[in-house]
Design a protein around this ligand. Structure first.
Ligand SMILES: CC(C)(COP(=O)(O)OP(=O)(O)OC[C@H]1O[C@@H](n2cnc3c(N)ncnc32)[C@H](O)[C@@H]1OP(=O)(O)O)[C@@H](O)C(=O)NCCC(=O)NCCS
Length: 177
């Protein structure tokens, strides 16, 4: 594989330390994620073992053998929400804006739909224009804004709630009142 080629593949438990590292880099930027550092390594291993064990899709992007990004969908635990998953995604700064996020997201959505996730939801800060634009091109719709939901020092930030419904089910009758 040429050095500049990006591979998207399923994450395995052996990736736990690299995954933890990438999550930590993005979290410590304090701009994109709701947490501001990586969880302890033991929590990451425990989380991944449980999530992979229950069949959730976890994909990673790899460049020249190095893990540079992740995308996952984690199924909700209540019985009536078992068709719902929460999506997370992130790339190391130097790998952004090159189409890798788009590829990761498309493959993760496809995997989630094969696993019967009918609603994929996520949150993003309202000033994360790149992420919001990407999600909208992939069928995610803004469902609301959680105003002043995050506080970084003196700065309050709004969080946008979005979801993508399985296109085959999105127009079904549903009880809305
Ligand atoms: C969000 C993220 C995963 C997107 O991945 P990416 O590889 O950078 O994005 P891509 O290069 O695939 O671009 C995807 C789309 O984003 C949009 N986009 C790209 N750069 C943009 C910018 N600077 N401003 C607005 N939209 C932009 C475009 O719609 C683009 O599609 P196009 O190329 O067809 O026009 C990545 O930037 C990232 O990791 N950001 C930091 C962490 C983060 O925000 N995680 C999500 C938290 S909700």
């Amino acid at each position: 594989m040429p050095d500049n080629e990006i591979l998207v593949r399923p994450l395995s438990i052996e990736d736990a330390a690299d995954f933890n590292h990438v999550v930590g880099v993005v979290a410590r930027e304090r701009r994109y994620l709701r947490f501001t550092d990586a969880p302890p390594m033991e929590s990451t291993v425990e989380f991944l073992e449980k999530s992979l064990g229950s069949g959730n899709p976890h994909l990673v992007a790899v460049a020249a053998g190095k893990l540079v990004g992740w995308c996952d969908v984690c199924r909700h635990s209540f019985e009536i929400e078992a068709h719902v998953g929460t999506l997370g995604i992130g790339l190391l700064p130097e790998f952004r804006g090159k189409g890798i996020g788009k590829a990761l997201l498309d493959m993760t959505i496809a995997a989630a739909e094969r696993l019967d996730f009918h609603r994929i939801e996520l949150t993003a800060f309202s000033d994360n224009l790149r992420a919001l634009a990407l999600y909208e091109t992939r069928g995610f719709v803004r469902e609301g804004v959680l105003r002043m939901a995050a506080r970084f020092g003196d700065e309050y930030r709004d969080i946008v709630q979005m979801a993508r419904l399985d296109p085959e089910l999105a127009n079904r009758d549903r009880r809305i009142a």
